[in-house]
Design a protein around this ligand. Structure first.
Ligand code: ADP
Length: 212
């Protein structure tokens, strides 16, 4: 079943059925001042999602929420801000050598690169650093901005975004992590880090909350 977020009309229908069920589609439509035809798609969604049951010649009655609906709603309510980690950033003039040391000391797999105004400029992954290490460059002279993946090609998310949306970006772009950002007048500022580990943590918390 696809994720479902009820719209205002669907909420109103549920309320009417809860209070008056069993009730026919005609009567629900009457109460909302709409035609039966207009309501048909909403009734179909509510029935398919398990909120309503329908019996021929009797009408609709409230079926409560099925476990799958409760789980779907809980999943859609997970937000980036509840699972993100602290950002780990480096200045764009830092050398690749120092970035490698810093990646080890911070125990992260991705570093975000910022300029002197703290605006997001790029991303450095483990493989970006490894790749430059097997070349002939002098790592202690090479600045990270020469090898990073740069804006505007950076995938990012915001704190209020749903975790499912953010997870989709990680999978679609085949990356391990994303900066969590705030868009300011000066540019995009990094306020956090969202990794596959954070998504895994959310997955476990969902299972624990629902006794799975
Ligand atoms: P690794 O390279 O260590 O496997 P990733 O899969 O995260 O790690 O990175 C793959 C490539 O994608 C790297 O070149 C990296 O710079 C780039 N990358 C990583 N994160 C992002 C991001 N959020 N937006 C755009 N590119 C990214």
């Amino acid at each position: 079943m696809s994720p479902i977020e009820l719209n205002k009309r669907q909420d109103a229908i549920l309320q009417i059925v809860k209070e008056n069920g069993p009730i026919t589609g005609e009567h629900i439509a009457e109460r909302l001042g709409l035609t039966r035809a207009t309501l048909r798609p909403d009734l179909a969604i509510l029935t398919m999602a398990g909120f309503l049951d329908a019996r021929p010649r009797v009408g609709y009655f409230y079926a409560g929420k099925k476990a799958s609906v409760v789980l779907t709603e809980a999943m859609l309510n997970l937000k980036v801000k509840d699972f993100r980690s602290s950002p780990v950033v480096v200045p764009d003039h830092m050398t690749v050598y120092d970035a490698i040391i810093y990646m080890f000391s911070e125990d992260v797999g991705t570093l975000f690169v910022i300029d002197r105004d703290e605006i997001l400029q790029g991303v450095l992954s483990r493989k970006d650093l490894l790749r430059s290490s097997i070349g002939s460059q002098e790592l202690n002279k090479l600045p990270v901005h020469m090898i990073m993946t740069r804006m505007p090609n950076i995938a990012y998310c915001t704190s209020t975004e749903s975790l499912v949306e953010a997870a989709k970006k990680l999978i679609d772009r085949e990356i391990d992590s994303m900066p969590v950002v705030e868009e300011t007048e000066q540019g995009i500022k990094v306020v956090g880090r969202l990794t596959k580990t954070n998504i895994t943590r959310a997955f476990i918390s969902l299972a624990e909350t629902h006794d799975l």
